[in-house]
Design a protein around this ligand. Sequence first.
Ligand code: FSO
Ligand code: SF4
Length: 554
Amino acid sequence: MFCIQCEQTVQTPTAKGCSYTQGMCGKTADVSDLQDVLVFNLQGVSFWAELARKYNIIDAEIDAWAPRAFFSTLTNVNFVPERITEYTEIAERYKIQLSTQVMAAAAAAGEALPELSPAAQFVLPATAEEIMNFAPEAAVNRGHEELHEDIIGLRLLCLYGLKGAAAYMEHANVLGQSEESICAEYHQIMAFLGTDPTDANALLETSMQIGLLNYRIMEILDRGETNTFGHPQPTQVNVKPVAGKCILVSGHDLHDLEKILQQTEGKGINVYTNGEMLPAHGYPELNKYPHLVGNFGSAWQNQQKEFANFPGAIVMTSNCLINPNVGQYADRLFTRSIVGWPGVVHVEGDDFSQVIDCALAQEGIAHTEIEHMITVGFGRNALMAAAPAVINEVKAGNIKHFFLIGGCDGDKEERSYFTDIAVNTPEDSVVLTLACGKYRFNKKEFGDINGIPRLLDIGQCNDTYSAIQLVLALAEEFDCGVNELPLSIVLSWFEQKAIVVLLTLFALGIKGIYTGPTAPAFLTDNLIKALQDNFDMRSVGDVETDLATMLAGK
Ligand code: FSO
Ligand code: SF4
């Protein structure tokens, strides 16, 4: 096993990466190895899918399926060996199907095939034992004995960035959004990574290509969310429990939440959001259900305690899932789509009756607590509607600085940095936030500036597109570049979605971003220096010093 894709990974003076019998996330060595074979096989599928396009062979089913399968290998998503094996077998079938079609088309055109990548030539062994024996050859750091560590680091930057982009492709696809040109570019990059590239410049360029590709993916994801559920509107959400039977919905998939709300109507079940599902309350087509009563809990790393205390059914629609056996709630937990944990019931299709039956069989919440309201729903439209008022306050000198404090949460102590920055921002500044890192400070009181709330919750990490639109609008209004705005971006990273968001911001030319709490372990010192030199990427440090530097616009 070798996995180094998330912030939890092993980092000691002598070793980097999870490489023993189990990763820090609880992923077993077997699952990790199977995931390596799956990713390698997906690189083979993409080789043929890219080449197939030359002969106008485009298979929408494969295009939709491939990023979904890749998403299953993201941190804290799928821990079930049988499910990963099944994805690998499907990949093999698709690879054979495409390669057969391409070879026939090439022969008919009298053309020779280009050189096949190792991934394109791979034939999945018949037995589980042989598959496991092949895993070291498919390892994400394959070739590390001979290659410079920077090449491995760059390959991983691209692979993990593309994995984050694949996750957003799947989120968009669930909402009926996909674009042929996006699928084609996804396959082109995935196929390129399957050639085991050794050219540092080509890999660096690819990382920027991934960032720009992800910008387009986030645009169609935004379209999918707003077309389906309306534009988010500033909405008050109760974060205290209400008495009654209950279902908790976590993860990012708004489609699942809608189906659950529809199927629980009139059944006396209260539905709560958890984690990245919180922004759902801002969408008119979700908020219209009166039994969507509030938000329960906080960010993913607290779920073992919070889920254990939730006396109802729990649905995990996407990342981040952690071991449910610790809190002993595995029997009332359900997974969806790419998510999986051994022994936990996986709900296929859109029938949530098992979840509803489970919720009705649980005790439910005994007492209603006194309400505590927070405001969510500052998506793209709401931000744009507020923009003229915000601009007036900037011109009047009442708003002097903007902070975008977003990203993933985790359980490292250093993450208090992000809360400390947020609560210490001056009163003449506005704090924009998104993703699950905000749970550290989103229940605190930030006040307002002449009616404009000082804390504006843009939404999930999926909603980065909205934040970028606001930043671009401000730059246009003030007739300056994005980097000249009185804006400081502070990003916490944990997993691969955050990596691709960072690549998107870099590719859009946004500089001076603070990142932390630590640098990704797969980036070598040289690569970190290159990011610092090219993008003025900064590591989070001392709160007081960083804040002073940010406010000084340096
Ligand atoms: Fe958080 Fe997990 Fe949205 Fe991530 S729930 S950590 S960046 O998967 O996806 O923000
Ligand atoms: Fe380790 Fe993170 Fe990989 Fe899990 S996902 S095995 S914690 S690097």
